[in-house]
Design a protein around this ligand. Sequence first.
Ligand code: ZN
Ligand code: ZN
Length: 588
Amino acid sequence: MKNYFYGMILCISFASCIGESKKATAKTVQDLNAEFDNYKNRFIDNLWKVYPGWASSQGYHKYDSVLIIPDNASRLKELAFAKANLDSLKSFAINQLSDNNKTDYYMIENQLKSIEWSINEMKSYEWNPSEYNVSGAFAEILNGNYDSLDIRLNNFYLKMSDIPAFYEAAKKNIKNPTLEHTQLAIDQNLGGISVFEFDLQEALNKANIGDRKKQTIEARAKQAVVAIKDFTKWLKITANKTPRSFRLGKELYAKKFEFDIQSGYTAEQIYEKALNRKDELHEKMFELSDKLWDNYLKSITKPTDKLLLIKQLIDKISEKHVKPEAFQSAIEKQMPLLIDFIKKKNLIYIDPTKPLVVRKEPDYMAGVAGASISAPGPYDKNGNTYYNVGSLAGWDKERAESYLREYNQYILQILNIHEAIPGHYTQLVYSNQSPSLIKSIFGNGAMVEGWAVYTERMMLENGYENSDEMWLMYYKWNLRTTCNTLLDYGVHTKEMSRESAINLLTNEAFQQKAEAEGKWKRVSLTQVQLCSYFTGYSEIYDFREELKKQMGDQFNLKEFHEKFLSYGSAPVKYIKELILAEMNKESK
Ligand code: ZN
Ligand code: ZN
C-alpha cells in the first residue's frame, strides 16, 4: 500500500460492505446515530434554557430578555441539568457511534462533568466577584444587528428588571474573595455603567419608540446603575480579613486543566515538557546568535552571559520591520506567498473556493492592533471569515516603533502563519466541512491554538524563509508560548513570586517590561488558559513524530494534516485515539 490514509478509506468502505450482509446490525448502528443526533438537538435546546446568556453570546437570541439570578436555586437547576444529561448519555453505546458523534459525546460529557465540578469543587462564584457583571451581555444586545433596534431595546428593557436581584444574589454568594478579583469586579462593573448611560442613550436617540416608552426604559436603567454602584461599594467596604489567594493550588489546578484542556498529558507533565523546551530553545538561540553576531554587531564585544548575548542580537535584528503605513499591505501581500509555498511543498490542501477576506479592523475592535481572525458563530453559517488587520494610524511614533519591532519582518510572517494560513483560518475551513454544533459551541481551545502553534514550526521545518534570523525569531516566539506555561503552572501551583515571574519573562523570554507586567496581571486573574497553546502544540507535534516512527516510509505529511483536521475542533487526545484505532483496524 502506497500510504496509510489512502488505505484507511478503502478499509472504511470495506467495513460498510460487511454491514450490507448483516443488515440488522448496520441498521441499528444507523438508528443509534440518528437517535444521538436527535439527542444532541434536545441537549442544546435545554442548554440554552439553562444558560440564556451563553446562548445570546453564541448568536442564539431566543432568550435575550432573560437574566438568570445566580442564586442557589439556579445552581441546583444547573446540577439537575448536568445529572439528567449524564444519565441520557449512558444510554448510548459509544463504540457504535460515528467518529463525529463519538467526539461530540466526549465533549458533552466533559462539559457536564465540568459544570458539576465547578459548582461543587471550584466554587469560583464564592471567591471571584468579577463573575458578576451584567454590562457585557447588555452591550451585545445594543451592538447586535440580528434584530430590529425596537425589538432589541425591548429585550434590553425586560432583561434589566432582574439586575437588582442579580447583584443581591451575588452579595450572598461572595465569601473571602481574592483581592485581585475583587478589584477587577469593581473596575469592570464601574466601567460597564456606560452601557446603561451613554450606549443606551445613543440607541434610544435612534429608536422609533414613543417618548413614554423611552422614559420607562430610562427609569429602569437608572435602577440598574444604582444596583451596580451599590455592588461595587459593597465590595469596597465589606471587611475581608482572610482573603483567598488568587493562586489556585495544585489540586484544583490539575482538575481545571483536565476539564478545560482535555489533554492526554497531565498538567505536571506539560510543565516538565515546557521546562525542557525552554532549555532547548535557549541552547538553539545561543548557537544561532553566536553565529550571527559578527554580521550584525561586529564592533561590539560579545557579552559572556548567554542570555544577554541573545537579547542584544534579537534587539538588533528586530530593527528590520515595515513602515507603520505599510503594516496592513505587508500582511495582505503575504497571503498568496504562503499559499504558493504550501502548494509547492505539498503540505495541505487549501480550498481555493474559500479565500480569506483580509480587511482593515472594524472600528468596534480598534485598539487591539495586530491581526485576528473573526469567524462566523455557530448560528451564522453564511457569514464571512475575516482576517482583521489593525491600523497603526494615529499611533505616536514611540509606540508604533516598539510595536513594529515586536512584529518585525520575521515575526510578522509567523503571525500570518498562525492566524491565517495554514493556521487558524485553514483549520476553520476544514472544521466547517464536518459541521457539528457541539464542536462549534464547546470547540477545544487547546486543539485550535495548538494547531496554529504547530503550523509555525511545521512551515519552518519545511524550509519556509529558511534563514538563521528567521529561526532565531521563531524560537523567541515559541519561547513566549513555552514560558506562558511555566508562568501559569508556577504561579498557581508552585508559589512563584511576582519578582521571579517578571524575571522569567524579561530575562529568559526576552519580553518588554510592560508586556511582562501585563502577563502577571493576566496570570493572577486567569488559570490554565495561558498553557493551552503549549499543551495543544506539544500533543500535535508529539503525535506526528510518533506516527512518523510507526509508519516509516508510508508517512505522508499532507495526508496527516488533512486527516488530523477532518475531525473538527475536538480535543487532540480523541483525534489521536480515533486515528490510531483506524490504523489498528487496518493492520489486522
Ligand atoms: Zn524601527
Ligand atoms: Zn491563535
